[in-house]
Ligand binder design. Structure first.
Ligand code: AMP
Length: 208
């Protein structure tokens, strides 16, 4: 299964992708997670990416495409993958199409998780993640167990200003890839409003 997850920041891609990769036993490739790991490791690429991420802007295409190319060279992607947060621009979608063509494989599905902008800001500001397990919580909508509350982290780009920039980048740079996948007959739209379980059910329905 080769699938892509598209949607605005805070749509629930990370939460749902983590569930789907268990179901399909495919690697979860999140460019956001890869950039955060590079920032933490303090690599030169991480330092460059950090400047864009903090401001809620997209990391330049050449850097992002290079990162994904390297990841695709790993053998675990042969049997399939779940791309979460990539592609996010038309040149990234074109680079992916080119790479898949070279490998002689096709995408199976592109899931678009739809959530209105008004809900996004509220979701993102309350979002916290567990650095030990990667689990994602929301202080109000999906509260963490009390015993792990102290170790949870708030992403640096989950501030109101950065969220507004990220939403703007989504509408300007990422939304244009939707018609591309729609024209290929690969796009499935899923309502991302609801509890995580309700959204998982909607995704499974769309994948039938
Ligand atoms: P995410 O965790 O997917 O919300 O990504 C966090 C941040 O990483 C984004 O706001 C961007 O700054 C950067 N990023 C992640 N994926 C991409 C991508 N495909 N293209 C450009 N920047 C990206």
């Amino acid at each position: 299964m080769r699938m892509i997850f598209i949607g605005p920041p805070g749509a629930g891609k990370g939460t749902q992708a983590a569930r789907l990769v268990n179901q399909f036993t495919i690697p979860h490739i999140s460019t956001g997670d890869m950039f955060r790991a590079a920032v933490k490791a303090g690599t030169p690429m991480g330092q460059e990416a950090d400047r864009y991420m903090k401001a809620g802007q997209l990391v330049p295409d050449e850097v992002t495409i290079g990162l994904v190319r390297e990841r695709f060279a790993e053998p675990d992607t042969q049997a399939g993958f779940m791309l979460d947060g990539f592609p996010r621009t038309v040149p990234q979608a074109e680079a992916l199409a080119e790479a898949l063509k070279t490998d002689g494989v096709n995408l199976d599905v592109v899931l678009l998780l739809e959530v209105p902008d008004e809900l996004i800001v509220e979701r993102i500001i309350g979002r916290r993640s567990d650095p030990e397990t990667g689990a994602i919580y929301h202080l109000t909508f999906n509260p963490p167990p009390a015993e792990i509350a102290d170790r949870l982290v708030h992403r640096k780009d989950d501030t109101e200003d950065a969220v507004r920039s990220r939403l703007e980048a989504y509408h300007k740079m990422t939304a244009p890839i939707i018609p591309f996948y729609e024209s290929l007959g690969l796009l499935k739209r899923v309502n991302g409003v609801g509890t995580p379980d309700e959204v998982t059910a909607a995704i499974n329905e769309a994948l039938k």
